[in-house]
Design a protein around this ligand. Structure first.
Ligand SMILES: C[S@@+](CC[C@H](N)C(=O)[O-])C[C@H]1O[C@@H](n2cnc3c(N)ncnc32)[C@H](O)[C@@H]1O
Length: 229
């Protein structure tokens, strides 16, 4: 017993063992990250094959795009953050890294399989399997606490009717202020307005994404804005 304890103490102090242990835990961490990425790509590809129009992208958002979206939350303060179309969770990860507490984050995802994937990846974040067209109903009494919506919804591959329903939901949700962060593959700087009551505050290009994307941040305007098309 005493010999075993002595052995384990010596082992603990042996620099070669300490080095090996550090390398081993680094490797385990890296393997975990790669496994999460592979899981995400598999989940995304399965969804892309079954429902390409709903996914509306060729691969998950890159970490650069995700970070650019998350950085827009800098001055939002407290309150809830809702992510629409969270998919494989690449933007979710960036939001958490940006400092959004898991209990302040709500993910909305229409695909049942991706909702399961998100729950597995982020066990401390609330995941609602549902349609953004019913956003306010899905959020219930939490709706009034929402300060920001981060959207990965493929608005350009949706029908005009569906987009209009989602925009109505967003307008209702953000009546008391708050921001909407939406990315688009339309890189043209003049594709400004999603609606006459949503004013674009900031815009930024992200080249390191497939395909490159533009991040737009909108605020709910008190007066109607003229669309620039
Ligand atoms: C561009 S993909 C996901 C992007 C995500 N950032 C990623 O990297 O995985 C769009 C996601 O929106 C979801 N989606 C599409 N229409 C939706 C709707 N009406 N309500 C909620 N989610 C929707 C799709 O299932 C898909 O996961």
């Amino acid at each position: 017993m005493a010999a075993a304890s002595l052995r384990s103490r010596i082992r603990g102090k042996n620099p070669i063992n300490a080095y090996a242990r550090r390398k081993f835990s680094e490797l385990r961490l890296r393997t975990g990250i790669y496994r999460a990425r592979i899981d995400a790509y598999l989940a995304f590809s399965r969804e892309l094959l079954t429902d390409p129009r709903d996914v509306g992208a060729v691969c998950p958002s890159s970490p650069y795009l995700a970070q650019a979206m998350a950085a827009e939350l800098r001055n939002v303060g407290d309150g809830l953050v809702v992510e629409l179309g969270a998919g494989t969770g690449s933007i979710t990860r960036a939001l958490l890294q940006q400092g959004v507490a898991p209990e302040r984050l709500i993910l909305i995802e229409r695909s049942a399989k991706l909702a399961v994937h998100l729950r597995k990846q982020f066990p401390f974040v609330r995941v609602i399997e549902g349609d953004a067209r019913e956003l306010n109903k899905l959020l219930g009494s939490d709706a009034k606490e929402v300060k920001a919506v981060v959207s990965g919804l493929p608005l350009r591959s949706m029908s005009a009717g569906v987009v209009s329903e989602i925009v109505q939901q967003l307008k209702q949700l953000l009546t008391g202020g708050g921001i909407l962060i939406q990315f688009t593959y339309d890189l043209r700087p003049w594709s400004v307005c999603m609606d006459t009551t949503m004013r674009r505050e900031r815009t930024r290009l992200v080249w390191k994404n497939l395909p490159p994307a533009r991040v737009n941040t909108f605020v709910r305007a008190t007066e109607a804005v003229q669309p620039v098309v």
